[in-house]
Design a protein around this ligand. Structure first.
Ligand code: ADP
Ligand code: ADP
Length: 229
C-alpha cells in the first residue's frame, strides 16, 4: 500500500534576485516497505523532494500525503511531530557529537523516543558491536556513517530518508553503508529513500526514480529484487 503520495509538487526558492524552480510538478507514489533510490544530475531536485517528504521543508504548491495525512496541511507543530514520530534521517556528513562515544551518540535520540531499541542493538544491526565505546575521531568515515544510521533507526522510524549517505566515502565503503541500509530494509520493512551516486544501489532498490530539471523523467521497478513484505 502507498505510504507517500505526491501530487503536483512544486518548489520555488526565492533567493532575492532570482527564483529557482527546484521542483516543477512531481507526482510520485512510494509503497510501504520499499527501498527507493532517487537518481539524477546535481541540482535536479532530489534533495528538495527528500526534504519535503521528511517534513524538513514545505512544497510551494501541490500535495504530499503520508498515508492519510496531507503534510502540506500541517502546521509547524504537526510537521515537527511527524518528523519525530515517523522519520529517521541520514545525511552526507554524519553530524555525530565528537565528545560522545558511538553508544552515547545513539543514546541521545533513544532517550527521547517512545519505544526505542537499545543503542547496543542498533549498533549491532550496522555491524558495530565492537565499536560501541569508540569516539567518532577513532572511527573511519564508513563506521561513523553506520553510527549515524544506527542513531536514525534506533527510534524505530517507519521511514528512513538518506541524502547522499555515501557522498563522502570511497566507493567500496559506500557499498558497505548501502548494504547496511538494505539489511535494515529487509529486516524491518522500513520504507527507505536514498539519494546516492553509488551504482551498487541499483541491485538493492525496489524502485529507481530519475530526476531531471525538477521533474521525474522515469520510474523503474527492479524486477530482480523481491517485492517488499
Ligand atoms: P539535487 O539534490 O538533485 O542536487 P537540489 O534539490 O539540492 O538538487 O536542488 C535543486 C535546485 O534548487 C538547484 O538549482 C539548487 O541550487 C536549488 N536549491 C536547493 N536548495 C536551495 C535553497 N535553500 N535556496 C535556493 N536554491 C536552492
Ligand atoms: P546536494 O549535495 O544534495 O546536491 P547541495 O550542495 O545542492 O546538496 O545543497 C546543500 C545545501 O545547500 C542544501 O541544504 C540546500 O538546501 C542548500 N542550497 C543548495 N543550493 C542553494 C542555493 N542556490 N542557494 C541557497 N542554498 C542552497
Amino acid at each position: 500500500w502507498p505510504i507517500f503520495r505526491t501530487e503536483g509538487v512544486t518548489k520555488v526558492y526565492d533567493t532575492g534576485e532570482v527564483q529557482v524552480h527546484a521542483l516543477a510538478g512531481v507526482d510520485l507514489t512510494l509503497f510501504a516497505g520499499e527501498l527507493a533510490v532517487l537518481l539524477g544530475p546535481s541540482g535536479s531536485g532530489k534533495s528538495t523532494l527528500l526534504n519535503i517528504l521528511g517534513g524538513l521543508d514545505r512544497a510551494s504548491s501541490g500535495h504530499v500525503w503520508f498515508r492519510d495525512t496531507d503534510l502540506t496541511a500541517l502546521r509547524e507543530r504537526g510537521l515537527t511531530r511527524f518528523r519525530r514520530d515517523h522519520v529517521g534521517f541520514v545525511f552526507q556528513f554524519y553530524n555525530l557529537v565528537p565528545s560522545l562515544s558511538a553508544r552515547e551518540n545513539v543514546q541521545l535520540v533513544t532517550d527521547v523516543a517512545r519505544e526505542p531499541m537499545p543503542p547496543e542493538e542498533a549498533l549491532g544491526l550496522v555491524g558495530l558491536s565492537h565499536r560501541m565505546d569508540h569516539f567518532p575521531a577513532e572511527m573511519s568515515g564508513g563506521e561513523q556513517q553506520r553510527v549515524a544510521i544506527a542513531r536514525a533507526i534506533a527510534k524505530r522510524p517507519e521511514v528512513l530518508l538518506c541524502d547522499e549517505p555515501t557522498g563522502a566515502l570511497d566507493s567500496k565503503t559506500g557499498i558497505q553503508v548501502l548494504e547496511a541500509l538494505k539489511d535494515i530494509n529487509d529486516r524491518f520493512g522500513t520504507t527507505t529513500v536514498v539519494i546516492t551516486h553509488n551504482a551498487a544501489i541499483r541491485k538493492m532498490a525496489h524502485r529507481v526514480v530519475r530526476f531531471q530539471d525538477g521533474r521525474i523523467t522515469e520510474v523503474e521497478v527492479n524486477e530482480t529484487r523481491l517485492a517488499p513484505h
